[in-house]
Design a binder for this molecule. Structure first.
Ligand code: MG
Length: 287
């Protein structure tokens, strides 16, 4: 099931998307936050029709599916080829040749103020950076709270999947060493176009692509993740309680702007489109 958050002129609503028919069926009008739906349905979401008439997808404005209540958790250097391109780019503080692959996942976060929705413009922040880059990523949403979650139990804590663009100011990522300063700028986390519930997704075999102005830049499959989703959940939840509605991004594959020589940073007017099989596409322009 594809669960979207949208507005059709009034306040935000949530609904079930039928991409074949091009319609979204609004759920209970009292629900405007998918995190509330997740808390109500953590053990599994079944849907038997909303009783409401479908609204044309083309006529609504899709919003980021989750309004995060705290930072988005993210993972760096989680595909071999990207770990090598990043270490070799000159933009990784403290990079050591021959030690591109880490023994433990690199975990960082992005503030809720980074999150924007499909079609929203990502700010280039020219006063703060001149090196804005894209990162196509599969993200997943936590279903029920847990701490010290085992890898064996981890997938029982996943409610669904979405796409994020982990937009990064490479100069700030390098200069400030810790990644928050380069990853946390306002609008730097486009998310969407909706959440697909976990029962419909095999997260170990999803194609990810990223196009910039129609040119293919990133193409990979999640089977190549270094640290898989159960390992990520176990690592992040060690001594830290994950909450229903938390979003965790799994890392980006090779093909980001700093993988090119010279680097190809984003400019005003650029359009970045990220697609994941079984989920859909999120497109955002930069300016
Ligand atoms: Mg990333």
């Amino acid at each position: 099931m594809k669960v979207a958050r949208f507005t059709d002129g009034g306040r935000p609503r949530i609904g079930i998307v039928d991409t074949g028919k091009g319609l979204v069926y609004p759920l209970d009008d009292k629900l405007s936050n998918i995190a509330d739906l997740i808390r109500m349905t953590a053990g599994g979401f079944s849907y038997h029709g909303s009783g409401n008439a479908g609204i044309g997808l083309q006529t609504v404005k899709l919003l980021a599916p989750i309004l995060p209540e705290r930072n988005i958790f993210c993972v760096g250097k989680n595909y071999h080829a990207h770990a090598k391109e990043f270490s070799g780019s000159g933009y990784e503080a403290g990079a050591v040749k021959g030690q591109e692959i880490d023994e433990y996942p690199a975990i960082f976060s992005k503030p809720p103020s980074t999150v924007v929705g499909p079609g929203d413009t990502v700010e280039l922040h020219p006063q703060a950076t001149s090196a804005v880059d894209y990162e196509a990523e599969l993200a997943f949403v936590i279903s029920r709270p847990g701490r010290n979650i085992s890898t064996a139990d981890a997938m029982n804590h996943v409610w669904g999947y979405t796409i994020i663009n982990d937009v990064t100011a490479r100069d700030r990522q390098k200069n400030h060493k810790q990644w928050l300063a380069g990853k946390g700028l306002d609008t730097f986390c486009p998310m969407g176009p909706w959440i697909v519930t976990a029962d419909e997704i095999d997260a170990d075999n999803l194609d990810i692509t990223c196009h910039v102005n129609g040119e293919l830049r990133q193409k990979a499959n999640t089977r190549d993740l270094i640290f898989k989703i159960p390992q990520l959940i176990a690592a992040i939840s060690a001594g830290l309680t994950l909450q229903a509605g938390d979003v965790i991004a799994t890392g980006t594959p090779a093909g980001v702007g700093i993988g090119f020589d010279p680097p190809r940073f984003l400019r005003a007017g650029d359009l970045v489109e990220i697609s994941v099989t079984g989920i859909g596409t999120i497109a955002n322009s930069f300016g």
